[in-house]
Design a protein around this ligand. Structure first.
Ligand code: ATP
Ligand code: MG
Length: 653
């Protein structure tokens, strides 16, 4: 077995300490506190997480914090609780009753605010409707909605009655929806007549009708009215939400007790982004998940009662589950939701909303940040962003130059940035700064959260030296971890516990520097072997993005007789830049100068756009196939824009 690691070529030495004013008021104020907690949690993980779990309301206490038979974990064994009770009911007896739980803005500019009391009422009604459609504990419910308050309401209503939800991103096609409905075995689908996106209407109900052709397991489709678009309603199967509410209201008061669910009861199924292959149906539990989501949300986002927190993720992704809905609401916080595109009606839409709603904490993805950079600084500069006090990113490694831009232009140089590393599988954030304590370094997700034990290892499991790249693994179970791949326990074992004995393999390559900071270097599937050096994609891409004319880049390997692999870089340029042969040479020389000749691209290809998943992640495997075979054979169901691939393919010819 080879012990070869991944060679690191990155040079990044900048360090940013938490601003004094921020630090003074933060939940976690110093590295001394962090180190102490980390050590305690390391010695006694059960004790650490049990303390966090006690912040939740349990109908019945657990008997054991953890039972671990690798790869199967059970957290808070025997305990009973309900997620919707913890997100709603328990706040109603406090002053938070009339606090905004959700502040929402639709793409056309319409707005809604729901207090905790109002949200509770909406969830109760929704849960009664689901019950009237025969949905029972354990039944799976597919949710295919735009980012409207009903999306959160539907999730909470499912959680209340113990029906695991499977949210499918509203941008997915009928076929992708069908695959997910069938895989999860959903018996009910919740959708709307449409949703607003970039000035148009997404025909959600039409897609549902299409997806259900030949599907017999779905008994009901519950339809929320959003756009007023005429839709066809299949008699006996399809039900309007507002009509059913009127019918039920005529029969008496709405009431729906929160089911007392086992700590291990499945809360939801969610399919991964599909960046590396066919999406996996990940399922999560109730007690462990909520414990970790709630605590990470509070500490990593330094969440306070007076904050308005905006996580821009769609609820179709795990980030939307954990940090738009469950994390903020479990903490009694105000969560902001937006329905539409970031550039509608103009490229300053986000900054306009931050300004008007006085958003305090803003959490988005590197792909969005790179788009903002491309659109230009004028757009954020038109608005007052002084309400912001903390920024966050998630989804991909952030190029240090994009981090610096985010820090300077959006954060005004005063907001800490939390670069949060986690996965659909992990349920909650695992590696991230604590903003009042951790000094940050652009491009590093920094240190693990207390209770989390990552490591960077060689293929044979031996630990890598500082700055030596290797495989990012998790040595211990954590409460928010996936409980499996829906319907496929074998795949679960093989995918995550098949490479290292009893240890979870993340699929990511990383290095840990001498300060114990983690730097994700890209997926190990994407590692490029150049003359015996195994190079991660993120570092080469970051060097390209450092160049003033480059907006975004994706680097892949192509078989080469001499070197093993040649480096091919796909590059998109910033507005106003022209693609010339001279620029290609300049970029090659630039990478050589920044990080060394070993990482110098052999081939640079300019393109208008890169193939991405619908969650905005670069799909290098498609580019690799294109660069190697001249065509794409792999799974493309999660590709955002097929025309990008078509264009790249025609440029190839
Ligand atoms: P699939 O598993 O289907 O290929 P995916 O891995 O992209 O898709 P997600 O669970 O949405 O699906 O993404 C998790 C991955 O995103 C991580 O494994 C990592 O590669 C990347 N990632 C997330 N956050 C960060 C971060 N802060 N820094 C670096 N990489 C990150
Ligand atoms: Mg993954």
């Amino acid at each position: 077995m080879t012990v070869a690691g991944i060679t690191s070529v990155q040079k990044e030495g900048r360090v940013f300490r938490p601003p004094k004013g921020f630090q003074k008021r933060a939940h976690i104020k110093s590295m001394v506190t962090y180190e102490k907690m980390y050590r305690q949690a390391y010695r006694n993980p059960g004790g650490f997480w049990a303390k966090a779990a006690k912040e939740l309301v349990w109908f019945k206490p657990w008997s054991k914090a953890l039972v671990w038979n690798a790869p199967d974990a059970k957290w808070f064994v025997g305990g009973k609780l309900n997620v919707s009770y913890n997100c709603l009911d328990r706040h109603l007896s406090t002053w938070r009753r009339n606090k905004a739980a959700i502040v929402w803005e639709g793409e056309p500019g319409d707005q809604r605010t729901l207090t905790y009391q109002q949200l509770y009422h909406e969830v109760i009604r929704f849960a009664c409707v689901l019950k009237s459609l025969g949905v029972k504990p354990g039944d799976r419910v597919a949710i295919y909605l735009p980012m409207i308050p009903e999306a959160a309401i539907a999730m909470l209503a499912c959680a209340r009655i113990g029906a695991p939800h499977s949210v499918v991103f509203g941008g997915f096609s009928a076929q992708a929806l069908k695959d997910r409905i069938l895989d999860a075995g959903a018996t009910c689908v919740i959708t709307s007549d449409g949703g607003y996106r970039r000035g148009g209407i997404v025909p959600l109900k039409v897609n549902v009708d299409e997806s259900l052709k030949g599907v017999s397991i779905v008994r009901h489709v519950l339809v929320v009215r959003r756009t007023g678009t005429p839709v066809s309603m299949a008699p006996g199967r399809d039900v309007w939400l507002h009509e059913r509410i009127v019918e039920l209201a005529a029969r008496g008061k709405f009431s729906c007790r929160a089911e007392e669910l086992d700590s291990e009861h499945p809360l939801f199924i969610l399919y991964t982004s599909g960046t590396t292959g066919k999406p996996k149906g990940i399922y999560h539990s109730t007690g462990g998940y909520l414990t970790q989501v709630s605590l990470t949300c509070k500490w990593i986002f330094d969440l306070k009662d007076e904050d308005t927190f905006w996580c821009t993720a769609d609820i179709g992704w795990v980030t939307g589950h954990s940090y738009v809905v469950y994390g903020p609401l479990a903490n009694g916080a105000t969560t902001f939701m937006y329905e539409g595109a970031p550039n509608h009606p103009g490229p300053d839409r986000f900054w306009d909303m931050i300004d008007r709603h006085r958003i305090n904490i803003f959490y988005t993805a590197p792909t969005a940040i790179r788009a903002f950079i491309k659109w230009g600084d004028d757009h954020p500069k038109k608005h007052d962003l002084s309400s912001l006090r903390l920024l966050g990113t998630v989804g991909e490694p952030i190029n240090p130059e994009a981090w610096m831009w985010y820090h300077r232009v959006i954060g005004g140089g005063r907001c800490p940035i939390v670069d949060t590393w986690w996965q659909t599988e992990t349920g909650a954030i695992l590696i991230s700064p604590l903003p009042g304590a951790t000094p940050t370094k652009p491009g590093s997700a920094t240190r693990p959260f207390p209770g989390i034990v990552p490591d960077v290892v060689h293929k044979d499991g031996t630990v890598c030296k500082p700055n030596e790249g290797g495989y990012l693994v998790l040595k211990r179970p954590w409460p928010g971890m996936l409980r499996g791949i829906w319907g496929d326990p074998e795949r679960y074992k093989k995918q995550y516990y098949g490479d290292f004995d009893g240890i979870y393999f993340t699929g990511d390559g990383a290095r840990r520097d001498k300060d114990g900071y983690y730097w994700v270097m890209g997926r190990v599937d994407d590692v490029i072997n150049v003359a015996g050096h195994r190079l991660g994609t993120a570092e080469i891409e970051s060097a390209l993005v450092l160049h003033e004319s480059v907006a975004e880049s994706a680097v892949v390997g192509r078989p080469d007789d001499l070197k093993g692999s040649a480096i091919v870089a796909f590059v998109t340029l910033k507005g106003g830049q022209t693609a010339t042969p001279e620029l290609k040479d300049q970029l090659k020389a630039h990478v050589g100068k920044e990080i060394g000749s070993i990482a110098k691209p052999d081939d640079i290809r300019f393109t208008d756009a890169l193939p991405k998943t619908r969650s905005g992640k670069i799909m290098r495997r498609l580019l690799r196939e294109l660069a190697t075979q001249g065509e794409v054979r792999g799974d493309t169901t999660t590709l955002e824009d097929f025309s990008v691939l078509e264009k790249l393919r025609s440029e190839e010819e």
